[in-house]
Design a protein around this ligand. Structure first.
Ligand code: ACO
Length: 413
């Protein structure tokens, strides 16, 4: 019975009712008679849990818009990460003085309390970097007396963006065997991050690429991580706890953890010439999924993947990185040939690891997923506040009972 249930777990529950009927009738357990039930939505596919003014996705056409603006236009406008972060938290693009005030609020967040820094330093250096971010976030949550109020509170969240940048820097530095160092204010969020991480001035090209990477991952409506955070916020728990929930959900290989899966995959394939054979042996055979391909909402090319690809092509022009890129390009072609007919295309995670590697982000456990989390924090916070402000109710779904029929337990004699 459990096996049957798991077997249909990965199917669209609305389609295989006929099959499920057969399974249920064949079962000896009368409780399974509840299984073919239209109330079930495994994976919450196409369930709308909140209205939003933030992000719009047309999965059939491969279209992504933030506050109405096409992602391609935002990237080509040259906007910095903080301009788009501001837009998410305040609902509009900033003018110069609004942006300066926002930057000061973010920079306040760079000054992490000592206990947060030492919570990360106490972990083994081999720890997962997202795990380190979560530990730091949990220590901020432990000290938080945050109360949600029915007023717009974006200033608090601006400072949290600075805290997340500082947390990510100390976590990555810890993984690299370096001493803790907090970001200092510079001309931009991306530059402050890179200077603190790498102890040197980055090129303008790298700062621009990090700006773009932050924007590309900044929000994506309500994927698993945002939903996990929303569940937490719906109980009126503080936003640090909600980011902690979101981090935990992001870490899995089916979501943000896919960045790591993509790197492992590229290393396993090794070179462009091996892509076809590797795909046949591993993916076509059904042994593995092609990491960085497929999406619950997109049934067309993920527009973020196209932009990440173009950034990777600019940055990874030589050496090992170029080899990695050409391997990814070959794997993409092979993957598309076989999977595009099913609506399975590259997603944002397929090329982003090459961009991160080109920026000098260390390839430590969870490091690239941690970079994804750094970007997504603004989207998470904007959705959390939007949910509370609209009077969002506690998220409390139901589980359809399929256990044993009522039975008695005789008292001990
Ligand atoms: N490689 C091979 N087959 C795939 C892939 C893939 N990457 N993705 C989906 N499929 C197939 C499944 O095997 C299944 O086939 P079947 O109907 O013959 O059994 C069918 O497509 C539907 O798959 P589901 O798992 O039901 O699709 P779902 O919408 O639940 O999952 C997900 C989406 C998790 C992203 C999936 O495509 C996947 O596992 N991709 C690989 C991991 C990945 O790249 N994750 C990153 C997501 S994007 C992001 O977080 C930014």
């Amino acid at each position: 019975m459990v096996f049957n249930f798991l077997a249909i777990r990965f199917k669209n529950i609305h389609l295989p009712f006929g099959i499920m009927d057969t399974i249920c009738k064949a079962s000896e357990d009368p409780a399974t008679a509840y299984l073919p039930d239209s109330r079930l939505s495994l994976g919450l596919e196409d369930v709308y849990i909140k209205p939003t003014r933030l992000t719009y996705i047309d999965g059939e056409r491969g279209e992504l818009r933030y506050l109405g603006y096409r992602i391609e236009d935002i990237i080509s406008s040259g906007a910095s990460a903080e301009v788009i972060q501001y837009a998410f938290l305040y609902g509009k693009l900033p003018d110069d003085s609004e942006l300066a005030r926002f930057r000061a609020l973010v920079e306040k967040g760079y000054e992490l309390p000592d206990y947060v820094v030492s919570s990360v330093a106490a972990l083994p250096r081999s720890s997962d970097v997202v795990g380190m971010q979560a530990v730091a976030m949990a220590s901020l949550a432990a000290g938080s007396d945050f109360q949600w109020r029915k007023i717009h509170m974006p200033d608090t969240f601006a400072t949290m963006l600075g805290q997340m940048a500082a947390i990510t820097v100390i976590a990555l530095r810890h993984a690299m065997g370096k001493e803790p160092k907090l970001p200092s204010p510079t001309a931009s969020y991306a530059r402050s991050f890179l200077v603190a991480l790498q102890d040197k001035e980055p090129s303008d090209e790298k700062v621009r690429a990090l700006d773009q990477a932050i924007i590309l991952y900044l929000d994506h409506e309500v994927p698993a991580s945002t939903t996990a955070g929303l569940v937490t916020v719906s109980t009126l728990a503080d936003p640090y706890s909600a980011v902690l929930s979101a981090l935990a959900a992001l870490r899995g290989p089916l979501h943000g953890g896919a960045t790591e899966g993509v790197m492992a995959q590229l290393n396993e394939v090794g070179e462009p010439q091996a892509a076809k054979e590797w795909f046949e042996k591993n993916v076509a055979s059904g042994k593995k999924r092609l990491m960085g391909f497929g999406h619950r909402v997109y049934k067309a090319y993920d527009p973020r993947a196209l932009i990440f690809k173009s950034i990777a092509m600019k940055l990874a022009s030589e050496g090992q990185l170029h080899k990695m890129l050409t391997t990814a390009l070959a794997l993409e072609q092979v993957g598309l040939k076989s999977l595009a007919v099913k609506g399975i295309y590259p997603n944002a995670d397929f090329y982003s690891p090459i961009v991160y590697a080109s920026l000098g982000i260390p390839y430590a456990k969870g490091a690239y997923t941690a970079m994804f989390a750094l970007s997504r924090t603004a989207g998470w916070l904007a959705h959390f506040e939007e949910y509370v402000q609209m009077g969002g109710r506690i998220i409390r779904p139901r589980a359809l009972y399929i256990g044993p029929a009522p039975r008695t337990l005789a008292p001990k004699t």
